[in-house]
Design a protein around this ligand. Structure first.
Ligand code: DSN
Length: 413
């Protein structure tokens, strides 16, 4: 075997890919990422994910692999599982899902039969694709019974969910959202699930960092299943995690493989182990408190600048502000902000599909960069100037310059 091939660094072996990675690194640090689901993974997480563990096949559950030579990777997976269980107080953890979508798919495959009824948030109210959206496997293979937010408060309407559950008797109720800035009363979901004999799946992809840091009620001890991604506020590798009661261990392991996936991505599993260790630290807890404070400051400042907040405000890392009166719709807002160096999600509002919509932002990535309340006020001001600029190139250029200056002060390097 040619040892040059094995040991040549990427910058020499493939200049095109190396240079694109370098461009993306520059973009990530020269702009302000405010997509609520994005964050920065540490060097330790990146090293584990970029390690030689990618070479190893480890198909089948831990301890019962189909492949030999799994001694070391088994120890890594055990570490990741034990750390996840401890972090979230879970009886059982499966660290193999390739993504949050696959974590949900695995839970459905383990607990449901095709056409079983699942009750999840309506897609127009920002229900996740995997919670019964007709265009995803979850709506195609299971009978989706969507529930809606209260049109008045834009918050979860527990009475309506309880009524729907009593009438339609779902097999599983799903709580957890991609664009809901308020706390979620998971205990109330448990009561509703118990009242109709349904499983409760809590999808904590957005809230997992708050939960790990003790800043949000932890549903893991009383949910049948909880699923999450590991790359959002947890700052791990892109991937998924399932937490459940011990009694579901066998069903979940069969659903992982051969059910839904093949060999575990052991490099990602190792990186998850590193991220779980980081998330158990006192530093992470104080980081999450800063994330929450920064989101509250963003919300307050955007309101002061004239924007109305979806769901009446935020209790989390996420702020969703409405564009009514700003002269731009959600697609134009996302586009203009990107031109100015601020990445966000623009989206239509529930109950107003033809209205200008809203923008979802989050504080996690900027907080990781070290920014605090002062910078949040500055960023809210820049967002308002862009959205009120009617797309004037001079305003966009000026804000972009300010974004670059601010980004340069907080570049983690
Ligand atoms: N894509 C995730 C988010 O942005 O919230 C949800 O899957």
């Amino acid at each position: 075997m040619n040892s040059d091939w094995f040991s040549t660094p990427l910058t020499s072996a493939d200049k095109q890919v190396a240079s694109l990675i370098e461009k993306e690194r520059a973009r990530q640090f020269q702009t302000l990422p405010m997509i609520a689901s994005e964050n920065y993974a540490s060097r330790a997480v990146l090293e584990a994910q970029g390690s030689i563990l990618t070479n190893k096949y480890a198909e089948g559950p831990l301890g019962k692999r189909e492949y030999s030579g799994c001694g070391v990777v088994d120890r890594i997976e055990l570490l990741a599982k034990e750390r996840a269980k401890k972090l979230f107080g879970a009886e059982y953890a499966n660290v193999e899902p390739y993504s949050g979508t696959q974590a949900n798919q695995i839970v459905y495959f383990a607990a449901l039969k095709p056409r079983d009824k699942i009750l999840g948030m309506h897609q127009e109210d920002y229900g996740h694709l995997t919670h019964g959206n007709p265009e995803s496997f979850s709506g195609a293979f299971y009978s989706s019974l969507p529930y809606r937010l209260s049109p008045k408060t834009e918050q979860i309407d527990f009475d309506a969910i309880a009524r729907l559950a009593r009438r339609r008797k779902p097999r599983m109720i799903i709580a957890g959202y991609s664009c809901y800035p308020r706390k979620v009363d998971f205990a109330k979901f448990r009561e509703i699930a118990d009242s109709v004999g349904a499983y409760l799946l809590c999808d904590i992809a957005h809230l997992c960092g708050l939960i790990a840091a003790g800043q949000h009620e932890n549903p893991v001890p009383f949910a049948d299943f909880a699923t999450t991604t590991t790359h959002k506020m947890l700052r791990g590798p892109r991937g998924g995690l399932i937490l459940s009661k011990a009694k579901f261990e066998n069903a979940i392991e069969r659903a992982v493989c051969p059910g839904v996936q093949g060999g575990a991505l052991m490099h990602a599993v190792a990186a998850k182990a590193v991220a779980f260790r980081e998330a158990a630290s006192a530093q992470f807890k104080s980081h999450v408190r800063r994330v929450l404070h920064n989101a509250a400051v963003l919300a307050e400042e955007l309101q002061r600048l004239g924007f109305k907040l979806f769901a009446g405000g935020t209790d989390t890392h996420m702020v969703v502000f409405k564009l009514k009166g700003s002269g731009v719709d959600f697609a134009a807002a996302q586009n203009l902000l990107e031109k100015a160096g601020i990445t966000v999600n623009g989206m239509p509002l529930p109950f107003e599909p033809k209205g200008p919509g809203a923008v979802r932002i989050g504080s996690p990535a900027l907080t990781t960069r070290g920014m605090g309340p002062r910078e949040m006020r500055q960023v809210a001001g820049m967002i308002a100037r862009v959205l009120n600029s009617a797309g004037k190139p001079a305003v966009l250029r000026r804000v972009k310059r300010e974004v670059g200056e601010l980004a340069g002060l907080f570049c983690l390097q």
